[in-house]
Design a protein around this ligand. Sequence first.
Ligand code: SAH
Length: 213
Amino acid sequence: MKDTFKHQGMRQQLVETLINKGIKNTDVLKAIGKIPRHLFMDSGFIDHAYQDKAFPIGADQTISQPYTVAFQSELMQIKSGDKVLEIGTGSGYQTAVLLELGAKVYSIERQQELFKKTSKFLPKIGYRAKKLIFGDGYKGLPDEAPFNSIIVTAGAPFVPNPLLSQLAIGGRLVIPVGDEVQIMTLFIRKGPKEFEKHEFGEFRFVPLLEDKN
Ligand code: SAH
């Protein structure tokens, strides 16, 4: 569990890359400059940890590309103390970014193997989510709603209604929508039944899976 000067230097390069690709939020850039992404990946991939690429994390899943993490985090406009729901904990890297931004984080993962691994790993390196949940993200987390923002880190074939209804007024849902390719979509809740929708170009995610039962 080492974080060396070499890793820190590589991280600064990655931050420069993200700035060149258009990421502007300084808190998001600071978080990515701070979090040891190599520790979130299988050892075989450590040399690639600071390239702006997605990588396998087991159970057929991937750790999202840093640019995608930064882009989604920027759209969420997190303020310290915000209550945030993440769908798709995966490696926990995005969770760590949300925690660095000062959010109170609830995160749901449906793969038991990843849920167990990440639940152990995050506190080990000092990242404490409010709750990590093994369950189905399509349902959101009604007991803890409303949320200031909700992020979906897998490609959703459609926008799950529970996620919209669990937003606070003024809250933001950031969700990639589509099958093969996804359109990054932001919903802002303007009133009990009023939502504003913005679209931000194409991304590629592993699918948000529906439960068979
Ligand atoms: N945020 C993660 C991205 C992981 S990829 C990271 O930075 O590493 C997307 C994750 O969503 C996978 O771990 C996958 O198992 C999970 N997932 C897919 N469908 C889901 C669902 N219905 N509910 C919760 N998690 C889901």
